[in-house]
Design a protein around this ligand. Structure first.
Ligand code: SF4
Ligand code: F3S
Length: 378
């Protein structure tokens, strides 16, 4: 195995191939404080990409409820149990990744997902942890009774386990944008990728007898547009963009700003070692111990920064740009004086400009001109 640098675990690790980072990496940030679990993203993806034969149970995008939900069933609990102790020394991960813990003769520690695991995508939905007993009351920002929605797509990992495991080398990572694809003509259905991906994001098509997965809506991305799950999101929780190499961070690039500069958006289970590129703003009302296991040691800083976001104009401005344009935002700029944030495309053209606060329009309770009373005056 080669030695590669994984910034998310703060150290080098073993991987079957040498480090080969793309020019810039397809990435996205999902704000879990805003997700309402409406599954619009799920349906947008389903109706766009997985309406074919053999794709009946296939969701490239899913939204599960934590702590009890999971698609495929128990995907995270099962791999975490197999991985063993996962301690951190500060920002450095002291345990083993799925590559370092691989059984002899294999590249990845994984687990095979069975048909039944894919059959109930919404099991555990809206089930809360804890009970609200008589006389108990909610306290903020964290409280005993909690759940949150976790929307998931392929992480388009820097070190994909699916790619590492395929004996046919049928999976590849595009050098221009880091999107990970299954070559449908090379795949022979060995399903090592399904076993290897700890996130459960490669799915087997039993009719075509090949594996398929999220393609990052690359036909849209190539046209400078954000993916379907992002542009259709009702809660405006998502922003897709490109992440620079870790040593070439540019603060005016939205993904770099959220991930590397403000460190507000965190990787999902960084201890697995894949350096996934879908990042999450953690929910502020869930217990920190749970969040630390899920998003790593950066949780406390991220939650603090989010709660203080209203005093950070640059952050506030960028968060307002989520869900406001279908185009990919290459750079952004905030104007604290006029309380506005603007987004620019790759030619530097302004795509959209939004105010920090939507103006209020109040109409009179009694409209003399129409001689009517209004119940809703705003
Ligand atoms: Fe492959 Fe899974 Fe990573 Fe996607 S999330 S690139 S399917 S290992
Ligand atoms: Fe390889 Fe997975 Fe196909 S292991 S052959 S890409 S099913």
């Amino acid at each position: 195995m080669a030695k590669v640098r994984n910034w998310q675990i703060g150290r080098e690790m073993e991987y079957p191939f040498a480090e080969a980072r793309p020019e810039r990496q397809f990435a996205a940030v999902f704000d879990l404080n805003k997700c309402i679990g409406c599954q619009t993203c799920t349906m947008a993806c389903k109706t766009t990409w997985t309406v074919g034969k053999g794709q009946e149970y296939m969701l490239w995008n899913n939204v599960e409820t934590k702590p009890y939900g999971g698609y495929p069933m128990g995907w995270d609990v099962r791999i975490l149990e197999k991985l063993g102790p996962q301690s951190w020394e500060g920002a450095k991960y002291a345990g083993k990744t799925v590559f370092e813990a691989a059984p002899a003769g294999q590249n990845v520690l994984g687990h095979m997902k069975e048909d039944l695991d894919w059959a109930h995508s919404n099991a555990g939905e809206d089930e809360a942890a804890g009970t609200l007993d008589k006389g108990a009351h909610l306290t903020m920002p964290t409280h005993d009774l909690w759940f949150f929605y976790l929307p998931r797509i392929c992480m388009h990992c820097t070190y994909p386990a699916c790619l590492a495991a395929c004996p046919r080398q049928a999976i590849y990572k595009r050098p221009e944008d880091g999107i990970v694809l299954v070559d449908q003509t090379r795949c022979r259905g060995y399903r090592e990728c399904v076993t290897a991906c700890p996130y459960g994001k490669v799915l087997f098509n039993p009719v075509l007898r090949i594996s398929q997965k999220c393609i990052g809506c690359y036909p849209a991305v190539e046209q400078g547009m954000q993916p379907r799950c992002v542009t259709t999101c009702i809660g405006k929780i998502r922003l897709m963009g490109f992440l620079s190499k870790p040593n070439e961070v540019k603060p005016q690039v939205p993904m770099d700003f959220l991930v590397h500069v403000r460190k507000l958006a965190l990787p999902l289970y960084p201890q697995l070692g894949l350096e996934g590129n879908i990042y999450y703003i953690p929910p502020v009302n869930a217990p920190k111990e749970f969040l630390r296991q899920m998003f790593g040691p950066g949780v406390d800083h991220a939650v603090d920064s989010y709660l203080k976001g209203k005093d950070d104009p640059e952050l506030l401005g960028l968060l307002h740009l989520f869900g406001d344009t279908k185009e990919i935002i290459e750079t952004f700029k905030v104007f604290p004086g006029s309380q506005e944030a603007a987004a620019y495309d790759k030619k530097g053209r302004e795509i959209v400009r939004v105010p920090f606060k939507e103006p209020d329009y109040l109409r009179p309770f009694y409209d003399a001109e129409r001689q009517v009373y209004r119940h809703n005056i705003s």
